[in-house]
Design a protein around this ligand. Sequence first.
Ligand code: 13P
Ligand code: SF4
Length: 302
Amino acid sequence: WSMLSEDIDAIIALKKSRNAVILAHNYQTPDIFHCVADIVGDSLALAREAMHVQADVIVLAGVHFMAETAKLLNPSKTVLIPDRGAGCSLADSITPEDVRLLRQKYPGVPIVTYVNTSAAVKAESDICCTSGNAKAVIESLGVERVIMLPDEYLARNIAAETKVKVITWTGHCEVHERFTAEEVRQLRENHPGVVVLAHPECPPDVLAEADFAGSTAAMSSYVASKRPPRVVLLTECSMSDNVAIQYPDLEFIRPCNLCPHMKTITLGNIRHALETMQHQVTIDDSVAARARLAVERMLAVT
Ligand code: 13P
Ligand code: SF4
């Protein structure tokens, strides 16, 4: 604990001296989420908040695509990612060339790209979305058909909620693809009355067994407003840890699928990032303007 509190004290002092803020995703561990973060939230909230940051430096406690989005929205600020290797299986599942080929194959069909992609992939798309606004973004386009990249399950889950036809890609989140419908049935048997909340990156048959599906922020809001006495969040492990701290009277069942990329971020490397001002996120000029446009179009919808 003394090492932990030493890191926390150092980070708080460094935030002041560097005029920095820490944006942390809901999957960050409780020490980061509750002790040093200034702004916490889902991917959509982090993108939105990034637009209003006044500080000179943003430390993104999350994965690389989130840091890129913050940089796109704050080109003149320094954006730091504490571990350059904090990737994402979805972002790795598609290249800009793949997107260009899809555009050729489906001329005139708008391309909606999940924020869990590189800036170079965003630059090839028409508009971005997150799990929190995907349906609204797709319906805002006023077309019969869209291409939605790269998460196959998110695309299929959203397609089930709208009349718009959705062409999908084959990317999966390595955390959420591991949940199964059988696991949900077992959970209900072993924990009678449990309310099951699932992230829309889970396979469609998992969502069919759940009581509610939504982004990490939507799951938090569900718990805050409905206060289910016994609840399970089918998503990354730290999410339940962070929410459970706020509701000690509720019982959280915790099957745990860990995101190795999110877990590369620690108090130690956040401190190191602020001490050394590394690793600075840069985005190639050839893609930055087009990628920014896709993110800004999304933020204008929701
Ligand atoms: P949201 O927080 O936007 O729901 O995203 C989940 C996720 O897997 C981010 O990596
Ligand atoms: Fe990517 Fe899934 Fe990890 Fe989120 S949880 S960063 S979508 S691999």
